[in-house]
Design a protein around this ligand. Structure first.
Ligand code: NAI
Ligand code: MG
Length: 372
């Protein structure tokens, strides 16, 4: 029996192209794993009315982790129109498979390392090595929202907070409320994950990125818990930064930062900025990590205009593969993979179009495999 069981979920469009690249590299690494294919994506929405079929959830339950590439999603009307005729008019609603995976398996950590590889013409600056930990299950994206605002919700809010009186003259129809919900346990576990990562990979600082001077209760809770957790890590410095200042610092002095940790929306924003500083979508990988399962993915989408052309950059997918190897505890293999990626980028002979090269997805993956 193989040591690991890994679900491969290529999904749609270039998801298939980059998954082929990952398989090529995994074969060369000879990871002791059994790979199982799992269905996900637009095709399954159209044919079955469900982009993340139950059988895929069942498969994932039998796996150590999943490697996912990319999916297509479309607005409501288009989604309905592309359903097969038998399924139309039944009120089926498209739900994001990634969000559902995060919720189903409580994948509370979204990990996004952003490293500037030497020689990458798309780097904003060299020497950037940031790792964003974004809380993935709570905060503003939790989905507790009201519009129109029901009278009983308004009354309850008003009974507990005078500020609500400011809106007395605004009809419910004209007010929308989205709740930003943090739990202490939620704050603690993302913070713990960030500090553990800093310790394992030798980062000297963890920066908590919030806004506690204004959003006192939620951001405040995150910062207070950060200070408590930090006492368990005397060798790592805790820095506290407001999110608005942080985006300025990230542009001005990105090389100063290491591990950063933030709640869901702030983490979403700073991780996209961090990714862009090191080359953008072709280089941005992420891990969705829970206590029992993790799913690794490039952050780009299915780029339909390049689907099946084997033209796009496989680096993001291969960096997702590297994160997976780290998570499995195969750190030596993970380091070798990252070193091979770095060497090929630095040498600059085999590059995809986004780096002004003319290599195909698989040629670049092969060049990386040859370096292993
Ligand atoms: P996208 O990420 O698919 O592509 C945008 C553009 O970025 C591409 O046209 C291409 O120029 C460039 N690009 C993306 N990946 C690249 C790579 N590996 N190498 C080089 N260049 C790359 O985003 P878009 O066009 O907004 O969305 C297309 C579809 O993907 C939509 O259906 C969207 O809903 C879905 N999507 C899925 C995501 C996921 O699976 N996690 C994330 C983002 C979008
Ligand atoms: Mg985002």
């Amino acid at each position: 029996m193989a040591k690991y069981r890994i679900a491969l979920m290529p999904g749609d469009g270039i998801g298939n192209d980059v998954m082929d690249a990952a398989q090529l590299v995994l074969d060369k690494l000879a990871l002791d794993a059994e790979y199982v294919h799992a269905d996900i994506g637009w095709e399954f929405w159209c044919q079955e009315g469900e982009p993340l079929p139950q059988r895929t959830l069942d498969t994932l339950k039998t796996c150590d982790c999943g490697l996912f590439a990319a999916i297509t999603s479309k607005p409501k009307e288009e989604a309905e129109a592309e359903l097969c005729p038998e399924l139309q008019g039944q009120g089926l609603i498209y739900r994001s498979p990634i969000v559902r995976l995060r919720q189903t398996f409580d994948l509370y950590t979204n990990l996004r390392p952003c490293k500037a590889f030497k020689g990458n013409p798309l780097n904003y600056r060299d020497n950037i090595d940031m790792v964003v930990f974004r809380e993935n299950t709570q905060g503003l994206y939790v989905g507790v929202e009201f519009h129109p605002l029901p009278d009983e919700v308004r009354a309850a809010l008003k009974a507990h907070n005078d500020r609500m009186g400011v809106f007395d003259n605004v009809p419910g129809e004209d007010i929308a409320v989205s709740c930003r919900i943090f739990t202490r346990a939620g704050c603690r576990r993302i913070m713990r994950a960030a500090f553990e990562y800093a310790k394992t990979f030798g980062y000297p600082t963890v920066t908590v990125v919030e806004k506690p001077n204004v959003v006192r209760e939620t951001s405040g809770m995150m910062v207070r818990e950060a200070r408590k957790i930090a006492t368990d890590y005397p060798d790592i410095e805790l820095w506290e930064t407001n999110v608005d200042a942080m985006v300025m610092w990230m542009v001005k002095n990105p090389q100063d930062y290491g591990v950063m940790v933030a709640s869901n929306m702030f983490g979403d924003i700073i991780s996209d900025l961090a990714a862009q500083l090191v080359g953008g979508l072709g280089f941005a990988a992420s891990g969705n990590i829970g206590d029992n399962l993790a799913v690794f993915e490039p952050t780009h989408g299915s780029a339909p205009k390049y689907a099946g052309q084997y033209k796009v950059n496989p680096t993001a997918m291969l960096l997702a593969t590297k994160l997976m190897l780290d998570w499995l505890g195969e750190t030596e293999m993970a380091q070798r993979l990252e070193a091979a990626i770095a060497a090929v980028i630095e040498e600059g002979k085999v590059r995809t179009y986004d780096m002004q090269g003319d290599a195909s997805t698989l040629e670049m993956a092969q060049a990386i495999a040859d370096r292993l």
